[in-house]
Design a protein around this ligand. Structure first.
Ligand code: SAM
Ligand code: SF4
Length: 327
């Protein structure tokens, strides 16, 4: 079992399989000039599977595949197939922009990988295209509806961006009126590859909730698991639910159960922390299994207690892009 230095059990790995993406969401990366990792700096699918196996043997029982856009890796399904057979791994989920997932929906279903988080930061086409800097609205919208109607457990992530998409917060709730889906409103974090610096946000979770309350005064809170980062609500008569994720306010750090490994092998014990170390070359060395276990234990044994504590120590945090961290 992996227990950190604050006595928290770490059982959830967020594994980034690439830093590349076919969209250019403006809160995540700059429009141009992105320094993507060369192929030899990314794990192969076999390395990702072996790394997962080692971590599952240590007590990880939930893995979320993220990126960049995971489905830009043409061999992603090979990894997912291997994960789906891994004993001790109870929950496999994917975070995606839903542009490429369409052709894999049947196979995902067959593997029983039904937990899919989709980023969609606007219901208005023009706003969506402005934020993502690409013309993929119909594909994303259609794939979301298809995933929902085919029985996937879909959660839509919407980042509240001052001056960009907050008029879409209430219209997004129409989705949960008609579909059994969860829409989660996230606070913006300063990980955009240095294209925008800020140390406060206009739309924190309290403001998002107050805004929703004006239109839906009778919403009520739902029970959520202790380690959940979202606070979840239901509006009477609506099929789905909504939530807020205080990712900038960081109210949930106390029960954090996560470990992140970036697309290039950085081991990250907190989103706001400097990577503890890089595991890529260790994975490629002899006797890698024992060395990986040792390094992971070391990283987990010196975690910051909260994102605020981590940020204090790591002043370079704002230069990172979420496309390499994985969100
Ligand atoms: N491409 C996939 C997607 O967009 O869902 C997976 C990778 S993306 C980096 C993972 C998550 O990070 C997404 O939900 C995205 O909205 C979120 N994200 C990216 N940049 C962010 C930022 N600056 N603040 C908050 N969340 C961010
Ligand atoms: Fe790509 Fe996801 Fe970042 Fe958007 S949030 S640019 S879809 S990695």
């Amino acid at each position: 079992m992996l227990i950190d230095n604050h006595n928290r059990r770490i059982n959830y790995l967020r594994l980034a399989v690439t830093d590349r993406c076919n969209l250019r969401c403006n809160y995540c990366m700059p429009a141009e000039g992105i320094d993507f990792a060369s192929n030899d700096r990314l794990f192969t699918i076999d390395e990702l599977a072996r790394l997962s196996e080692i971590l599952v043997s240590q007590g990880i029982d939930k893995i979320r595949i993220t990126g960049g856009e995971p489905f830009v890796r043409k061999d992603l399904m090979v990894l997912l197939r291997r994960l789906s057979k891994m004993e001790g791994l109870n929950d496999i989920s994917v975070t995606t922009n839903a542009t490429i997932i369409g052709k894999y929906i049947d196979e995902l279903k067959e593997l029983g990988i039904l937990n899919i988080n989709v980023s969609m930061d606007a219901i208005n086409r023009g706003t969506f295209e402005k934020i993502t800097r690409r013309d993929q609205y119909d594909t994303v919208h259609n794939n979301i509806i298809r995933l929902i109607t085919e029985g996937f457990n879909v959660r839509i992530n919407f980042i509240a961006l001052q001056g960009q998409n907050t008029e879409d917060i209430l219209p997004m709730l129409e989705l949960i009126e008609h579909y059994d889906v969860s829409v989660r409103f996230l606070e913006e974090m300063p990980f955009n590859g240095g294209s925008k610096k800020f140390d406060s946000i206009a739309w924190d979770y309290k403001r998002i909730l107050a805004h929703i309350k004006e239109a839906h005064p009778d919403y009520y809170k739902l029970e959520s698991p202790k380690t959940s980062t979202s606070i979840n609500y239901r509006i009477p008569g609506f099929k789905g639910s909504f939530g807020v994720i205080p990712s900038f306010s960081r109210t949930f750090c106390g029960s954090c159960n996560r470990l992140r490994i970036s697309a290039t092998g950085d081991v990250i014990t907190c989103l706001y922390a400097q990577p503890s170390m890089n595991i890529r070359e260790i994975m490629r060395s002899e006797n890698s299994e024992e060395k990986v276990k040792e390094q992971i234990l070391k990283a987990i044994g010196s975690r910051a207690k909260t994102g605020f504590e981590a940020q204090e120590k790591y002043k370079g945090v704002f230069d990172n892009s979420m496309t390499s961290i994985g969100g």
